[in-house]
Design a protein around this ligand. Structure first.
Ligand code: XIL
Length: 622
């Protein structure tokens, strides 16, 4: 057919590169993409018409090239040797600037599909394929990168379609590099729910991370439908982690796409999966200026109307999941630097409501679900002494002092090493994080690491890999040692489904699992930190704590002076903290534990049973 796609989908698809699209997702064959699926390729259930190209006809397949002056693209589409081949003299700027597409697929709600095809190119290149696209808010699609070569390879995936989508498209996104791409034997067929493969941890201790939930609960961020589509991915999340956070599905543009119209499809699917598999679910986020819907950003709202919109959003989300979520990020990223001063960020929420928007958000959230624990979440606030961190501490302290219901602070924990290997800006001072956690304990506020990743500036090398492992191990140890830190979430399971490359193009490799969903050195470093403890939380040896972790011992180069100062500061903070905190945190003691820098002290405390009781107190925070 050629020409512009009938469904207007070409631009729509690229433009609709909704947040979830950044990540990859379903693993290919190497990562065990499908398992337990039924149906045979090319069978009568195949939704694809003319996917084998046995005649010269290419209909109903179409081609599209987004040809612009700045980024010219073209495409010639023809059946050749029984395959559909696209030739590009110019590839445009992005992979989605040149497409091979099929329109009008009827995808059913809550239905798994088996997708397979064979693909080759005249030279090595990476393409993407994508399905879904038909129904707003366009989160319900599957997109995956596939490296291809001159040798035709068969690709197999499963995809869970959540919404009724009678006019979905299927696309191969093949732009960017000029050349030729050929596809053949294309199958999209409904299949029964794939069986999640049984999971065995690679941890030398034999214990997956989740076995240490009494020490610290490990979580990961997940995205629909990518997450739900891939059985191996799901098996790892269920096998290793104690909690999940939705990476995008609860962002306001997706969950309230029109004023008063809520779309809980993706979040409900994730919640249901978490419940079935026994994982805690973190609500994220309620009030945030980013990924806000157009109706809110572009509309005219005075203070009262904006407060009403805020309350309606909080009520709808917290009402739906009341009693199901323990923690909610009520306000996200509200502090910014304006002309050198740290103050409220200029956002739709702050500017239209005023400085009390956080007071109102937290107070209303508490009324909506009085049992939920309420958090403020932000980045670059992990280290005491960092001006933004100090500002946020003052803000939270002020909220507490005035009786505004806030229980927890989320340290996002997005860190990095520069492409040239320099570490001055992206690698944290662990002692400063310990000190920050301790001061929050003093005011009765829990701390959680909510979005941790350590992205590596390309190219990857051994030094950077080691630094990453050390970083994860150190930060986990800091959280373990702080009595008010009970949860540590990594922002995405793997380098396959990472948000990093599309957000920070110079960086990648930020996660604990690789693109094949295999554990990386940083996973083993994290696992090794936990292996210092019995799953019930008791240290197995007197070496538990930062002194016992090779990573921990050198956590903050050159900070030995502050390290001793820090440990005494946190222990002296202890006594008063526990009393002031018990009422605000549901009786869970926030008394700082020893920070692990003195093995002899640790052994003595363990003998006295102090450590065990404090470990239990952290468990009681859950
Ligand atoms: C990110 C998602 O992971 C991406 O897929 C999306 O494109 C942008 O948002 N701080 C937050 C998270 O609080 O919600 C953000 O998540 C990362 C930064």
């Amino acid at each position: 057919m050629g020409g512009t796609p009938s469904n207007g989908g070409a631009t729509g698809s690229a433009g609709s590169a909704t947040p979830g699209g950044a990540g990859g997702g379903g693993a290919g064959t190497a990562a065990g993409g499908i398992s337990g699926t039924a149906g045979s390729a090319g069978g009568s259930s195949n939704l694809v018409t003319n996917g084998t190209f046995d005649t010269a006809a290419k209909d109903p397949w179409w081609g599209y090239a987004n040809n612009t002056t700045d980024n010219p693209a073209d495409e010639t589409l023809a059946v050749s040797n029984g395959q559909l081949c696209a030739t590009m003299a110019m590839g445009g700027k992005n992979v989605w600037d040149v497409l091979i597409g099929l329109s009008g697929l009827a995808l059913l709600p809550n239905q798994y599909y088996h997708i397979s095809f064979s693909v080759s190119a005249d030279a090595n290149r990476t393409i993407k394929f994508k399905t879904g696209l038909g129904v707003a808010p366009y989160t319900d699609y599957f997109v995956e990168s596939v490296p291809i070569t001159a040798t035709a390879q068969k690709v197999d995936y499963t995809y869970l379609n959540l919404r009724n989508d009678p006019m979905a498209q299927f696309q191969f996104q093949i732009g960017k590099t000029p050349g030729m791409v050929c596809v053949d034997n294309i199958v999209i067929e409904p299949v029964p729910t794939p069986v999640m493969p049984s999971y065995k941890t690679a941890a030398p201790s034999g214990h997956p991370l989740k076995d240490y939930s009494g020490v610290v609960k490990m979580g990961t961020a997940v995205d629909t439908p990518i997450f739900l589509s891939n059985p191996l991915h799901n098996a790892i999340v269920a096998g290793e982690f104690s909690m999940i956070t939705p990476a995008n599905s609860m962002k306001m543009n997706l969950i309230q796409p029109a004023q008063g119209t809520f779309d809980f499809t993706d979040t409900d699917a994730l919640v249901s999966w978490a419940q079935t598999n026994g994982l805690e679910f973190r609500g994220h986020p309620l009030i945030w200026h980013t990924q806000a819907p157009d109706w809110l950003v572009n509309g005219t709202f005075d203070r009262d109307q904006m407060i009403a919109a805020m309350y309606a959003h909080i009520d709808a989300l917290m009402g739906r999941y009341a009693g199901k979520f323990l923690y909610w990020d009520v306000v996200n990223e509200a502090i910014d630097n304006a002309s050198g001063a740290w103050t409220f960020r200029k956002t739709i929420w702050h500017d239209r409501i005023g400085d009390d928007f956080m007071d109102l958000a937290f107070t209303h959230a508490h009324a909506a679900d009085p049992k939920a624990k309420l958090a403020y979440n932000d980045y670059n606030i992990e280290q005491k002494g960092n001006p933004k961190a100090d500002k946020v501490f003052e803000l939270v302290k002020d909220l507490k002092t005035r009786g505004i219901p806030i229980d927890a602070i989320g340290f996002q924990g997005h860190y990095y090493v520069e492409p040239d290997g320099t570490t001055a800006s992206g690698v944290p001072d662990m002692q400063a994080i310990r000190d920050n956690m301790a001061r929050f304990a003093e005011i009765g506020v829990e701390v959680q690491i909510t979005e941790c990743d350590f992205r590596i500036g390309k190219p990857l090398d051994d030094t950077k890999t080691k630094l990453q492992s050390k970083f994860f191990a150190d930060l986990l140890q800091v959280c373990i040692d702080a009595p008010n830190c009970s949860r540590f979430t990594v922002w995405g399971l793997s380098d396959l489904d990472s948000w990093v490359p599309s957000t920070f193009p110079e960086y990648d490799y930020a996660h604990l699992f690789d693109t094949q969903l295999m554990p990386k050195p940083d996973y083993f470093a994290v696992s090794q930190v936990f292996a210092q403890y019995d799953p019930n939380g008791t240290p197995t040896t007197g070496s538990a704590g930062s002194s016992g972790s090779s990573a921990g011992s050198s956590s903050s180069a050159g900070s030995s002076a502050s390290s001793s100062a820090g440990s005494s500061a946190s222990s002296s903070a202890g006594a008063s903290a526990s009393s002031s905190s018990s009422s605000s945190s549901g009786g869970c003691s926030l008394a700082p534990r020893r920070n692990g820098t003195r093995p002899w002290l640790l052994a003595a405390l363990a003998m006295l049973g102090v450590l065990v009781s404090r470990r239990r107190s952290k468990t009681a925070c859950q």
